[in-house]
Write a protein that binds this ligand. Sequence first.
Ligand code: 2P0
Length: 320
Amino acid sequence: MTSTAVAHPNIALVKYWGKADADLALPATGSVSMGLDVFPTTTSVTLTGQQGHDAFTLNGRVVDDGALVRVERFLDLVRELAGSDARAEVVSDNTVPTGAGLASSASGFAALAVAAADAYGLDLSARDLSRLARRGSGSATRSIPGGVSVWHAGDDQASFAETVPAPPMAMVVVTIDDGPKEIGSREAMRRTIATSPFYPAWVTSTTVTVDDMLAACAAGDFTRIGELTESNALRMHATIEGAFPPIRYLNSRSVAVFDAVAAMRADGLEAYATADAGPNVVVLCRPEDRARVASALDGYGAVIESGTGPAAHLLRSEGS
Ligand code: 2P0
């Protein structure tokens, strides 16, 4: 039995930064994101029935380090739900630049959740798939639904993501550096919570921003969505920079893109910048402006345009 699923990354308009419960992967606040239609991850899960370990191949290479442990722990959850002890072979093709702050774990664990649930014979709702993906990586919760989605804070049952009404939007991804980041977001979140004096203010302000963002999305107010997006990203980076020892993900070239985007707005081209746990910058714009925004940012890094992406879905389910 082989099940194959595809999922896309998402970029948060209101960021997730910090857990309320690490074991259950419950976030300290809600978050809102737009799913991309570029950089898909395609993952196949085949039950081998063998004892011992699961096997994991990523982009043609056998993985035997911490990433395998993370996949095995995730599959343990699926096995528990399915009442199975069968081991699995996971083969994944991830077109996101791994570790570059573009949430490769989001599409990765969303595709794995859909494929593994099918392979183990679980018939999960979209909500329960989202809750399952959450246990692999927080941001994967939001890669289960398509379009613009909200990931609710709450307990294990209530913390899932779902699509919300929003106006048509596009993003331009400016990849400044596709190498692995110096400090992963999981560790960086822990350090931020433990040492940044700004963290409590991040939690209270982001809780308000989630509601403001959902209202702006429902109203189709692109300008407000953009303003909230850029402000929330800068607040997240300020909070992270307040950690000790400090963590700084944005470099001078990232800041130059934020400046270029501000200059676009001054020229009447509405665009807003955001950035995750790495130096790359993602620019939110109206769909009709994406080519102009992309050409204005050519030269700052590798530029890729994206529309709003689909929900994670099963591609094939083949019996052996
Ligand atoms: C986000 N990020 O909302 C935020 C903004 C990065 C910056 O979610 O520990 O890989 O697996 O739950 O999902 C990256 O964190 O962390 C992330 P875990 P994850 O997209």
